[in-house]
Design a binder for this molecule. Structure first.
Ligand code: PMP
Length: 305
């Protein structure tokens, strides 16, 4: 996890962790005014490589744009900052967290009078849902909380405030003895996990929820779709009813933190055989081989630092 010895990039400068501070009256702290990314860098035979860096930075700009927020740095400046920060911290593999937030200005709901600031932190982070999760899978529950509805908070923006909704589902899952929660959307169809997109396999076809189901457009989701299609599978983006989760042959989560994590049960009903399924394993192993540099980077997903 995070170590106080690590350097942080803040407002254009690389500084010590202890110096990277915000005010208690910072707008983001009071009103949730922040946008962020989660990116991973992997150790490969050719050195450290960042996975789909450009796509992550683009999504950060999109999240900010949805909220009429201008980021006071160019995309290239942030990309350079990320690369330099990993080098300065001497990390071979890490998680990268750029955060855009409204700092100290004027309190009140109106965000326009508070400055837009940016910070980037990096740290070593293992398997998000536990080491066993990647091979054995996780137990999940369908949350009693509904995913943020269209016209309330935009699900396509990776905004800090959205994660209050995710946290309700996550806390409920943990307290009830599950590793993760799946949120249904306002129409009652499956949306996604608290921090992951969801894939379902039934009769050899692969399904995933569409943007219209109130999901974050996941970059790992996009990667899994491309890999699956290249293997010759049909990938169908469609509304998934809750009960499909119970009769699916395989289910898995995708996400930068969760990578590809199989789901072994939903509401204590086993998924298929109750263990990682063969198609999940095939997609998982192909993605891992690409991002660890063991297989050719045929999609140009890796940026070596
Ligand atoms: N949905 C939510 C709510 C998330 O927080 C994440 C993690 N960023 C994802 C999906 C997966 O997105 P990605 O693959 O880009 O990490």
């Amino acid at each position: 996890m995070f170590s106080k010895k690590l350097k942080v990039w803040m407002k254009g400068k690389i500084i010590d962790f202890e110096e990277a501070k915000v005010s208690v009256l910072c707008h983001a702290l009071h009103y949730g005014t922040s946008f962020f990314e989660g990116i991973r860098a992997y150790k490969t035979k050719k050195g450290t490589a960042i996975f789909r860096l450009k796509e992550h930075v683009d999504r950060l700009y999109n999240s900010a744009k949805i909220y009429r927020t201008e980021i006071p740095f160019t995309r290239d400046e942030l990309i350079d900052a990320i690369v330099n920060l990993i080098k300065i911290n001497n990390l071979e593999a890490c998680y990268i967290r750029p955060l855009v937030y409204r700092g100290l200005g004027a309190l009140g709901v109106n965000p326009f009078n508070s400055p837009v600031e940016v910070m980037i932190a990096v740290w070593e982070w293992g398997a998000y849902l536990g080491e066993d999760a990647i091979t054995k899978g996780v137990d999940v529950k369908v949350s009693t909380w509904t995913k943020i509805a269209p016209n309330t908070l935009p699900a396509m923006a990776k905004a800090g405030a959205n994660y209050m909704n995710s946290q309700l589902a996550k806390m409920e899952a943990i307290v009830d003895g599950y590793e993760e929660g799946i949120l249904l959307n306002a129409q009652g169809f499956v949306a996604e996990g608290s921090g992951e997109n969801l894939f379902l396999i039934k009769d050899g076809k692969i399904y995933t929820t569409p943007y219209s189901s109130s999901i974050l457009p996941g970059i790992t989701r996009d990667s899994a779709i491309k890999i699956a299609k290249d293997f010759g599978y049909k990938v169908i983006e469609t509304s998934i009813p809750r009960e499909w989760l119970y009769i699916a042959d395989e289910l898995f989560f995708t996400g930068t933190a969760a990578e590809v994590t199989p789901i072994k049960s939903v509401d204590r009903i086993p998924v298929g055989e109750g263990s990682r399924g063969p198609i999940t394993e095939k997609i998982q192993s192909e993605l891992f081989s690409i991002l660890r540099g063991e297989k050719e980077d045929r999609y140009n997903w890796l940026s070596y630092i």
